[in-house]
Every structure is written in C-alpha cells, then in structure tokens.
Design a protein around this ligand. Structure first.
Ligand code: HAM
Length: 419
C-alpha cells in the first residue's frame, strides 16, 4: 500500500517540538497574565469576507495566500491566516466593549498561509497573538513592547532587534501616498514587478514591502513616511519612542517597515533575528485604530502583535524532554504485577517513570532505562519478589543497592532527588 504523506508546508510536531511549543505557551500565559491579558480561544474557520475586509484586498495574504473554499452551501470560508481579524470579530460579536473599557486578550494556535515553504516559513504555522482593544494611548504601545521583550527574555531570547516605524493615519497617509505615486511616476513601467504595477495604483505603500530585488532597489530612494506624519501621529510616536528611550529599551527606526497587512496605523514594529535566515521576523504588530469600526463595531482603537512559534523554536533549538525518575525492570513474568503496583505508588508521589510490560533480561531492560534517560532503574526479579526488596541502580553512577521495597519511595523523593 502507498503511504499517505502530510501536506506540503504542514508539519508534525513530534514530542520534543510539542514540548517546546507547550513551554512557549506556558511562559506566554505567565508573562501576558502579569500584564492583565486573558486567553481567548477562537474558531480556525471564518467567513472569507472577514479577512478580505480587515487584512485588505490588496495584500499578498488575501490575494494569493489564503486557504479559501466554499462550504456545502456555497458560502466562502477561509482558514485563518492570522488571528487579529478573528479576535476583532469575536470582540464585536460578544459586545466585549460593553464589559470593560480596555480588553486585553491573547490567543495561540495554528494559522494558514499558502506561501512557498522554506526554513521558518510554513503553510500551517503557529502564533502567540496578543490584542488590546479600547485605548488610543501611546503608553499602551510602549507597555506592549515591554511585555513582548519580557516574554522573549523569559524564554531565553535576548539577542533580537526591534524595528519600529509609524505608518501615520488616514489623515496624513494620503499625502504620503501621493508623494510615493509621484516618485514612482519617475520610472518607466518596466522597473516594477507586475504585482507592484497594480499595487502602486491601489495601495502604493505595499510596493515598499515587495521582496522582488528590482522593486527593493527602486524604492530605496522613495520619500519617507516620517516626513509626512500629521501632528497627532508625530506626537504619538514621540511619546512611544520617549518611553522606550527612558526605559533603555533598544530599537531601530525603520521607515520602510510597512508590514504585510493593511489595517495598521501609527506605531508598527517587528522583532527580527539575524540567525534564522531570510524569514527573520519572529514577531510583528502595531496599532489598528480603524479596524473595529471597519468590521461593523464601535469606533475603538487597538494594538497588538503576534509571535511566530516555529521561528522562536528555531532560535531556541530542540526542546528537552525531562528525565523520568525511574524505570522498573521485571526479570520474570511474576514481577510484572508488582512492578506496575510499585510504579503506581511512585507516580502517586508525583514521580515520573515507566515499568516493563514484558519480562526480559536485566541487560535488555537496563538498556531500555538508559534509552528513556531514567535517573534510576529499579529491578525486580525472583529473589527480590521472595524478599520484598528491590535493586536500585543509579543510572548516572552505576551504583547498585538492594533495599526493602517500602523504602524505595523515600529514597526517590529525598529532597536532593526532587530536582
Ligand atoms: P504577521 O507579521 O503577518 O502579523 O505575522 C506575525 C508573525 O507570524 C511573523 O513575524 C512570523 O514570525 C510568523 N509568521 C507569519 N507567517 C508565517 C509563516 N508562513 N510561517 C511561519 N511563521 C510565520 C500578523 O499576523 C498580525 N496579525 C500580528 C498582529 C496582531 N498585529 C496586531 N495584532
């Protein structure tokens, strides 16, 4: 029979990776909780219109990366390519603004984008996503960056760079778009890629985000948005950067940082690493003050970010499986029952380990204990059964002692063993 294989760009997270992901989620829960964020769990499937309206018709995500299909009644559904749109849909639908002025939410889970898979870029990937809805305060932007840095620091990543920009707002951006258009008019139509020829008409900012070398080169001399910000946007950004400076938070201003999603205004940021190849952004986010109302909700501002878990895991390396406290070897069939009983007694004390499920030679089972990385191998054979004893072999020192079975728990739970 042919083997059925997984879909390209989709990965199995085997136990070491799954435990790495679980650790990231645990640290996220602790750190985000410290700042007042609460978890929200949302559907993976949403109506296509939600993403088209929030992420933007002209983005690569909506144009060519969504997993979209009709359901059995012909309604167009999409597997979420990101979490923000769904969080906003749920925020509006559940009237969350009525309960409190500021909602601080986070969620985690798989996202889907039909991109060309490569290192750090998957078609199914996982995000830790954070959203705060209800406050326009630049203090919130700064606090969010502090929280992101706390989280990255706590998982062990400090060697990262934060890129920061302000994308302006609907009041000041049109003038910048005009300036960009005027700049692009100075080049003939062959200088931009086909996508950018379309983008420059529909949303010229998207051209700055193009990865095609020719377009990158051409945009090098493009006007900078920083020179077109209105007074409010300039003031907002000055407060954010002032707070970061005061806290000694290091960042790099990147006027070309436009992000791949259309809902952003004002503060935008990305956290990048030089160690994982071309897919270097491990987190990205910013303000999206018009998004809630664009989705039919009240006029409320928001800010958020998402970390890519695969990229964090790439930086952290393989997760470690904790060493079990014991393995119980049974040298004869009669020892199998007592081995299971002993294992249950030890597990009831909070110890971890496994026991033999078939009687085998001592050599064979010691090898199994070593393979599992068990700290101790407890051996039950005929004479141990007759004397109610157990042989305890310390797997690190190879030291072997025989002791009454009732004393095993005490030995394994001694404070020095609890680590
Ligand atoms: P994003 O920049 O599209 O933003 O994605 C955030 C992060 O998800 C990226 O920095 C990257 O680490 C990871 N990521 C994105 N695509 C892939 C992929 N194909 N494979 C692996 N990792 C990937 C957003 O999604 C926004 N919703 C973030 C946000 C929340 N903004 C405001 N609130």
């Amino acid at each position: 029979m042919d083997k059925i294989q997984k879909i390209k760009g989709f990965a199995d997270l085997l136990p070491d990776q799954a435990s790495q992901f679980a650790r990231l989620e645990t640290v996220a829960k602790t750190v985000f909780g410290r700042y007042g964020y609460r978890e929200i769990r949302l559907p993976i499937l949403e109506r296509t219109e939600l993403f088209a309206r929030s992420i933007g018709e002209e983005t690569d995500v909506v144009q060519k990366e969504m997993y979209t299909f009709p359901d059995r009644k012909g309604r167009s559904l999409t597997m979420r390519p990101e979490a923000t749109a769904g969080v906003m849909r749920a925020y509006i639908e559940n009237n969350m603004h009525a309960a409190q002025e500021l909602s601080k939410l986070y969620c985690t889970g798989p996202m889907f984008r039909y991109e060309r898979p490569q290192k750090g870029r998957m078609r199914q990937f996982h995000q830790l996503d954070v959203e705060a809805v209800g406050s326009p305060s630049p203090y919130l932007d700064a606090e969010m960056l502090f929280m992101l840095a706390d989280f990255l620091g706590e998982i062990g990543l400090t060697d990262l760079s934060v890129e920061l920009n302000s994308l302006g707002c609907p009041a000041c951006r049109p003038a910048y778009q005009d300036a960009l258009n005027a700049y692009f008019r100075g080049f003939d139509s062959g200088s931009l890629c086909e996508d950018c020829l379309r983008r420059k008409l529909t949303n010229p900012l998207r051209v700055l985000d193009c990865k095609v070398p020719g377009c990158r080169e051409l945009t090098k001399g493009a006007p900078s948005l920083a020179n077109y910000l209105c007074d409010e946007c300039r003031e907002h950004f000055a407060v954010v950067t002032g707070l970061l400076d005061k806290a000694g938070f290091s960042y790099v201003l990147n006027p070309r940082l436009v992000r791949g999603l259309d809902y952003y205004v004002r503060t935008t940021f990305e956290v990048v690493s030089g160690k994982i190849g071309s897919q270097s952004a491990v987190a990205g986010g910013g303000r999206y003050d018009g998004l809630v109302s664009a989705l039919g909700g009240p006029e409320l501002p928001g800010v958020g970010f998402a970390c890519g878990m695969e990229r964090l895991a790439l930086l952290l390396g393989q997760g470690e499986t904790p060493a079990p406290d014991f393995f119980i070897a049974a040298l004869c069939p009669e020892a199998l029952g007592p081995a299971l009983e002993l294992a249950q007694a030890l597990r009831a004390q909070g110890l971890s380990g496994e026991c033999a499920l078939a009687a085998k030679s001592a050599k064979n089972q010691l090898r199994q204990a070593a393979r599992l990385g068990a700290k101790r191998c407890l051996i039950l054979g005929e004479s141990e059964l007759a004397n109610n004893t157990v042989v305890v072999k310390d797997m690190a020192t190879a030291e072997q002692t025989s002791l009454p079975r009732v004393d095993v728990t005490a030995l394994l739970t001694r404070p020095s063993e609890a680590k």
